[in-house]
Design a protein around this ligand. Structure first.
Ligand code: IPM
Ligand code: SF4
Length: 467
C-alpha cells in the first residue's frame, strides 16, 4: 500500500460512495450550526418535509450577531440579533438539536466551543457553515466550512458531496525566538505563500515548531489556513492532543477512551507520503508581525516600514495603492509609529484562555493608554469563567480593558461592537478586509501579545521593546 497523508487517511475512512469521476459522498461526524448560515438550511428541510438524520451529531450556538454587552442575558435588545437568535432557538427546538443559548456558559464562538466541549476529536470529519471551521483541524480532524445548501444536506443526510483536495505540507522547523507566537507563525506563512497559496489544497502543518505549540496555539495556526486559501488545515494528533480532549464533556469515556486513543495514534502521515506542494519555514527567522493593508497577506515584521506600491508587481501594485489609501498610510512610515484608537482581543483565532493569560502577563503593572478603547471578548462563556476564576478578568479590567460576554464581537461588523469610520484597530482576529470591523474601519492583525503592547503605548509596538 502506498504511504498516505493524514488527510488521505481521514478521507478514506469517511468515503461512503465514490462516483466514476472521483466525486465522493463523505460521512460527516460532527456538525456545528450558528445563527447566520443556518436559517435557510432549516427552512429548506422544513419545506421538504425532512428531519435531521442524526440530530445528536449537531450542536447549535449563536455567536456572530449576539451583543457582548453583559446585560444581554436579561433579553437581547438589539432587534436584528434577537430575531436571529430566536430563529436558531426555534429551529433547534423543532429539530431536536442541542443549543448553547446566550444564558448558558457553554455559549461562545462556534470554533471555540467545539474543542472546549470535547466535541472536536482526532480523525473526525467536522463541518460548519463557516469558513474558520479549519480551526478544529488542530486536533487532526478534517474540518472545513460549507455553504448553506450544504448545511441542509448535512442535516438531512449526515453526508456531504465532495471532491478531494490536493495535499500541501507546511513545515515549520526550529525554535521560535522570544516574543514570537502561533499568530506570528500563521501570519508569516500567509505573508510568504499569499492568500491563494493553498488554493485547492488541504494544508498539513508539521515540524518541531508546530509540535512545540500548545493545542490552543495549534488552533490559532489552523484557524488561518483559510486566509492562506486552503480548504482546511490540520495537524497530526499527539499526546498533547489526547491530554487536551481527555475528560471533556463529549470526550469518549472508560474503555471507549482507550480504543479511541489507539485509533487516533494511527492518524498521522506515513513516512514517504506524497505532498503536491511543500513550504518550509525556519522558525528561528520568524519575528512578531503585523498587517499593514487590507489582505491577510499584507504582513510585515513590526520593525519594518509601510511599503510603497512600487515594491509590488502585477495586480498587487494597484491593490497596494488602494490598501494604503484605505488604511490612511504613507509609504515609508515606520510601522511602530502608527497610532491606534482601539484594541480588540478576541475571535476564534485568539479568544482562548491562553491568549487572555498572555495579555494579562504583558499588562502586569501597566495600563491601557488614556483615551484608547480596549476590549477583551472571551471566545466562550467557559473562557470568561476561567479567566474570572484565575483573577485575570479583574486584572485586565483594572488595567483599563472592557470585559465582555462571549461572541464574534468586533471580529466582524455584524453586531453592535464596531469601529467608527476612520478608526484604527489593533486586532487579534483573522481578517483585515475593508469594512470588516465596521464601515471604513481600519484593521491591523497581530498576536494577543502585540495587541497588548499596542494597548499600552497607543501605537503598533514591538512587544519585545516593552521593559
Ligand atoms: C458569517 C460567516 C459565514 C463568516 C465565515 O464563513 O467565515 C464569518 O464567520 C467570517 O469570519 O467572515
Ligand atoms: S470570530 Fe470572526 S472569524 Fe471567527 S467565526 Fe466569528 S466572525 Fe468568523
Amino acid at each position: 500500500m502506498s504511504p498516505k497523508t493524514l488527510y488521505d487517511k481521514i478521507w478514506d475512512e469517511h468515503v461512503v460512495h465514490e462516483a466514476e469521476d472521483g466525486t465522493c459522498l463523505l460521512y460527516i461526524d460532527r456538525h456545528l450550526v450558528h445563527e447566520v448560515t443556518s436559517p435557510q438550511a432549516f427552512e429548506g428541510l422544513r419545506m421538504a418535509g425532512r428531519t435531521p438524520r442524526a440530530p445528536e451529531k449537531t450542536i447549535a450556538v449563536p455567536d456572530h450577531n449576539v451583543p457582548t454587552d453583559p446585560t444581554r442575558v436579561d433579553g437581547i435588545k438589539d432587534e436584528q440579533s434577537r430575531i436571529q437568535v430566536e430563529a436558531l432557538r426555534a429551529n433547534a427546538k423543532e429539530f431536536g438539536i442541542e443549543m448553547y443559548d446566550v444564558d448558558d456558559n457553554r455559549q461562545g464562538i462556534v470554533h471555540i466551543i467545539g474543542p472546549e466541549q470535547g466535541w472536536t476529536q482526532p480523525g473526525m470529519t467536522i463541518v460548519c457553515g463557516d469558513s474558520h471551521t479549519a480551526t478544529h483541524g488542530a486536533f487532526g480532524a478534517l474540518a472545513h466550512g460549507i455553504g448553506t445548501s450544504e448545511v441542509e444536506h448535512v442535516l438531512a443526510t449526515q453526508t456531504l458531496i465532495q471532491q478531494k483536495s490536493k495535499n500541501m505540507l507546511v513545515k515549520v522547523e526550529g525554535t521560535l525566538p522570544p516574543g514570537v507566537t502561533a499568530k506570528d507563525i500563521t501570519l508569516t506563512i500567509i505573508g510568504r505563500t499569499g492568500t491563494a497559496g493553498g488554493t485547492g489544497h488541504v494544508i498539513e502543518y508539521a515540524g518541531s515548531a508546530i509540535r512545540e505549540l500548545s493545542m490552543e496555539g495549534r488552533m490559532t495556526v489552523c484557524n488561518m489556513a483559510i486566509e492562506g486559501g486552503a480548504r482546511a488545515g490540520l495537524i497530526a494528533p499527539d499526546e498533547k492532543t489526547f491530554e487536551y480532549v481527555k475528560g471533556r464533556p463529549h470526550a469518549p469515556k472508560g474503555a471507549q477512551w482507550e480504543m479511541a486513543v489507539e485509533y487516533w495514534k494511527s492518524m498521522r502521515s506515513d513516512e514517504g507520503a506524497h505532498y503536491d506542494k511543500v513550504v518550509e519555514i525556519d522558525a528561528s527567522e520568524i519575528t512578531p508581525v503585523v498587517t499593514w493593508g487590507t489582505s491577510p497577506e499584507d504582513v510585515l515584521p513590526i520593525d519594518g516600514s509601510v511599503p510603497s506600491p512600487e515594491d509590488f508587481q502585477g495586480g498587487k501594485v494597484d491593490a497596494a495603492r488602494r490598501a494604503l489609501e484605505y488604511m490612511g498610510l504613507e509609504p515609508g512610515t515606520r510601522l511602530s509609529d502608527i497610532e491606534i484608537d482601539t484594541v480588540f482581543i478576541g475571535s476564534c483565532t485568539n479568544g482562548r484562555i491562553e491568549d487572555l493569560r498572555e495579555v494579562a502577563r504583558i499588562m502586569e503593572g501597566k495600563k491601557v493608554k488614556d483615551g484608547l478603547r480596549a476590549m477583551i471578548v472571551p471566545g466562550s462563556g467557559m473562557v470568561r469563567l476561567q479567566a474570572e476564576e484565575e483573577g485575570i478578568a479583574q486584572k485586565l479590567q483594572d488595567a483599563g480593558f472592557e470585559w465582555r460576554m462571549a461572541g464574534c464581537s468586533m471580529c466582524l461588523g455584524m453586531n453592535p461592537d464596531q469601529l467608527a469610520p476612520g478608526e484604527r484597530c489593533a486586532s487579534t482576529s483573522n481578517r483585515n478586509f475593508e469594512g470588516r470591523q465596521g464601515y471604513k474601519g481600519r484593521t491591523h492583525l497581530m498576536s494577543p501579545a502585540m495587541a497588548a503592547a499596542a494597548a499600552i503605548t497607543g501605537r503598533l509596538t514591538d512587544v519585545r521593546d516593552l521593559a
